[in-house]
Design a protein around this ligand. Structure first.
Ligand SMILES: [Zn+2]
Length: 270
């Protein structure tokens, strides 16, 4: 699939439109947006109607021909920052490395976006009974609380805490956090954006805790989530020597039920 800008910031009052929302529109809807963008571009090129959420470059809507007809995508106009993780042209940095290496404030934007999207896709599950993003989770057992990035309860499935971890070093004890959630009966899932080169020690620790599994919310997982109308993560398992086996998409239901709250029991890919 061609790389798309996954979230667009339109001039207010329209505001934010994700590529998932764009794809869900009737053709007349996105064709209208598309012509508005192009009209503005002609009339006032310095004041674009829509920008990339990530790099703030101006973007347009491309109609991508597929077997099922034209599918709309957000694409940067020429001259966008080639370091943007959603850049579609010739890249300075390889795809997977870009998000992690991007500048600090963009990384915060990516972190926020990943939390929002994970929450958005969780909301599509009819079993969802509770959802919070980056809010205080009252501890039931221990005195001290935690602030998971995303917290969700699904009827018949369990309680889940998602921690989105980008390239920054981990600023806390990973094992302690695992023990905390385990005591609370909450499954803790660390979510990465990319796995590239030498992983920082914190990433290694998490993967060890998850029995060799790494879960990514990358472009592939995003596209799979859009297609499935629900959260999908790319599950990677380490090959024996170095590198990773071919990833597969997993749902929360795919995690081994009996051991879901046991950090030592995670192994969803053989
Ligand atoms: Zn961009």
């Amino acid at each position: 699939m061609q790389r798309t800008v996954e979230i667009a910031e339109f001039e207010l009052p329209r505001g934010r439109i994700t590529v998932g929302e764009l794809m869900a529109m009737e053709p007349a809807g996105w064709e209208h947006l598309r012509s508005e963008i192009n009209l503005r571009r002609t009339a006032d090129p310095d004041r674009p109607l829509a920008r990339c959420h990530y790099c703030q470059s101006s973007i347009y809507i491309r109609a991508q021909a597929t077997r099922d007809g034209n599918v709309p995508m957000f694409v940067h106009f020429q001259g966008a920052d080639p370091e943007c993780p959603w850049f579609a042209g010739k890249n300075v940095v390889p795809d997977d490395a870009r998000a992690a290496q991007y500048r600090g404030h963009q990384e915060c934007a990516l972190h926020r976006w990943m939390c929002d999207m994970i929450a958005r896709f969780l909301e599509m599950d009819p079993r969802l009974t509770k959802l919070s993003v980056d809010r205080y989770l009252k501890p039931q057992i221990e005195e001290r609380g935690r602030y998971p990035d995303v917290y969700a309860e699904l009827d018949g499935l369990g309680k889940f805490a998602f921690e989105v971890q980008l390239s920054k070093p981990f600023a806390f004890e990973i094992a302690a956090r695992h023990r905390h959630y385990q005591a609370e009966g909450v499954s803790l899932i660390w979510v990465f954006r990319a796995l590239d080169g030498e992983l920082p020690q914190g990433f290694r620790d998490v993967i060890t805790m998850q029995r060799g599994n790494a879960f990514l919310f990358d472009d592939a997982a995003f596209n799979a989530s859009v297609a499935a109308n629900g959260l999908r993560l790319s599950a990677y398992v380490e090959a024996d020597s170095s590198g990773w086996r071919k990833p597969r998409f997993v749902r929360l239901d795919d995690l081994p039920r009996a051991s879901r709250s046991d950090v030592a029991g995670w192994r969803v890919v053989d």
